[in-house]
Design a protein around this ligand. Structure first.
Ligand code: ADP
Length: 492
């Protein structure tokens, strides 16, 4: 495939035209216009991708020693590192993320693949002491063919978090990126091809969720689905996959509490809290969309949100000066604006922002102002429901108990942050927060080695860290008799 073109699917090591999908324009959210043609697969394309992944699993891949898989992954990771700029540009064109953010994000991904490569030849088991008549041991075997379904906010990061452990574990993959942002995953496929992965180990088929995605989930030859997206989609996926009893891992939404105690270094807390409210135009489940502020410093924090919002440069994604690009697609723009209206109707006080950006040059794109509401009560919809736009809810509280109650008072449990100068309080509060990841005096510190995932409605399983391998491996126990004898049960 020619560099920079995305009008073919990557199946079985070949670039093929869709059988029953088609080629459509992918929309640039900063203009509302298509920027490139992309191949979308249909049901027949998913069938052949799954067949290719199945053949690769039964063929070279599951028999390849871990150190050889590791060497391939490392070669791929080096290629990835050499293509950061190109990948970041494609991602920003497709999802509108400010290029300065995409460069930082994509710049870290190679290390995810390197780190999982380093585990590929260390998947050892245990010996289990029984008695002298048997030798019992476990081994860890790959789950099989994995369907990875990724979202539109961070397509390359979601792919790294899934393909790194899946390939290290010895699984083969069909990657279906979100229909809104398919291009970067096809760019990724070119690097897998160049790295020399055996045909069919990685297949990339963009497609629509309810057709291609649902078919991947229902497919009897897919052993596991690794999904990142909305909770409502996860429930549909569970039902679709129920008949085949496949394995699932889910990374779902969040409504993270970002708690600022009065004894904190409030300036530092504000750097993190404003950044994590508006990064990625608010489109990440890890962001601190609920800012819980202890009452003595509440007015100061509200005022700083107002002041700092004025410094945010909303602009074209590929402009290096831009802090915040547009929402990634038109439906998300509509959703964010709807929630801003809901916030006003609920009686929250609009501190800053609150609408589309209407400047020349940005008018046709899906741009929203960085927004914050003050006077938010914990039971308001803007404090309970995931908006996925640049809308911070600033909630006042009095004391630790109330902070913890508010923090835990949503269905979600993905991430949380807290700022305090009291080390005892840091431990007390962190221990009681219901979230898969808690940051103290920092925020969004996420790396390859730190397990990430949700409690409650925020997901099943963990990505990153050694734990990520668990969901791509089965534990097999083997018991071998040392005597070779077995008593006849019917002798007497
Ligand atoms: P959002 O609602 O924020 O757009 P989704 O959870 O719908 O996010 O999308 C995440 C991923 O799930 C995308 O790749 C999308 O194509 C896919 N998807 C959506 N609906 C289904 C479905 N019914 N079955 C399988 N995948 C789906």
């Amino acid at each position: 495939m020619t560099q920079g073109r995305f009008d073919r699917l990557f199946i079985g090591g070949e670039w093929v035209t869709p059988l029953d999908g088609g080629v459509r324009g992918s929309i640039d959210p900063s203009t509302g216009q298509p920027w490139t043609d992309v191949a979308y697969g249909g049901v027949a394309d998913i069938d052949r991708a799954v067949a290719a992944a199945g053949a690769a699993f039964e063929g070279p891949w599951r028999r390849m020693p871990g150190w050889e898989r590791a060497a391939l992954l490392r070669r791929f990771a080096d290629l990835y590192a050499a293509h950061v700029e190109e990948l970041a540009q494609v991602e920003s064109r497709d999802n509108g993320r400010a290029i300065r953010e995409s460069r930082l994000d994509v710049g870290m991904h190679a290390q995810y693949y390197h780190w999982f490569a380093s585990l590929a030849d260390k998947l050892d088991g245990r010996t289990i002491p029984m008695d002298a008549s048997v030798h019992a041991f476990t081994s860890r075997v790959p789950a099989g063919v994995v369907g990875t379904i990724t979202p539109w906010n961070v397509p390359l990061m979601a792919a790294a978090w899934k393909l790194g452990p899946a390939l290290a574990a010895g699984c083969t993959v069909v990657l279906k990126p979100a229909e809104q942002t398919p291009a970067s995953s096809l760019a990724l496929a070119r690097l897998f091809e160049e790295a020399g992965f055996p045909p069919g180990v990685v297949n990339v088929v963009p497609g629509d969720g309810p057709t291609a995605g649902a078919h991947l989930v229902a497919h009897p030859d897919v052993d596991k689905i690794a999904f990142t997206g909305e909770g409502a989609t996860a429930k549909t996926i569970l039902k679709t996959g129920a008949d085949t009893l496949k394995r699932f891992s889910f990374e779902l939404g969040g409504k993270a509490p970002h708690i600022i105690f009065a004894d904190a270094d409030v300036d530092q807390a504000l750097n993190a809290a404003t950044g994590s409210a508006w990064t990625l135009c608010g489109q990440s489940c890890a962001l601190g969309s609920r800012v819980l502020v202890e009452r003595p410093v509440y007015d100061r924090v509200v005022e700083e949100f107002r002041r700092r919002a004025a410094r945010v440069r909303v602009g074209m994604p590929l402009d290096p000066a831009t802090h915040m690009g547009p929402q990634a697609h038109a439906e998300q723009l509509a959703k964010t604006l709807r929630y801003i209206d809901i916030g006003r109707d609920e009686g929250a006080e609009l501190v800053t922002g609150g609408g589309r950006v209407d400047n020349d040059g940005l008018r046709d794109g899906y741009f929203v102002q960085p927004t914050a509401f003050a006077g938010v009560r914990a039971d308001m919809r803007i404090a309970q429901e995931e908006i996925f736009g640049p809308v911070a809810a600033l909630i006042p509280f009095d004391g630790e108990e109330e902070a913890i109650a508010i923090a835990n008072g949503t269905p979600y449990g993905l991430t949380a942050g807290l700022w305090t100068g009291d080390v005892g309080r840091a431990h007390r509060v962190a221990a009681r927060i219901e979230a898969g990841m808690v940051w103290v005096n920092t925020y969004r510190y996420i790396r390859w080695s730190t397990p990430y995932g949700g409690m409650k409605a925020s997901g099943w399983g963990r990505e990153n860290g050694i734990e990520a391998l668990d969901s791509y491996l089965e534990t097999k126990t083997t018991v071998i008799s040392t005597t070779g004898t077995f008593p006849d049960p019917y002798l007497q």
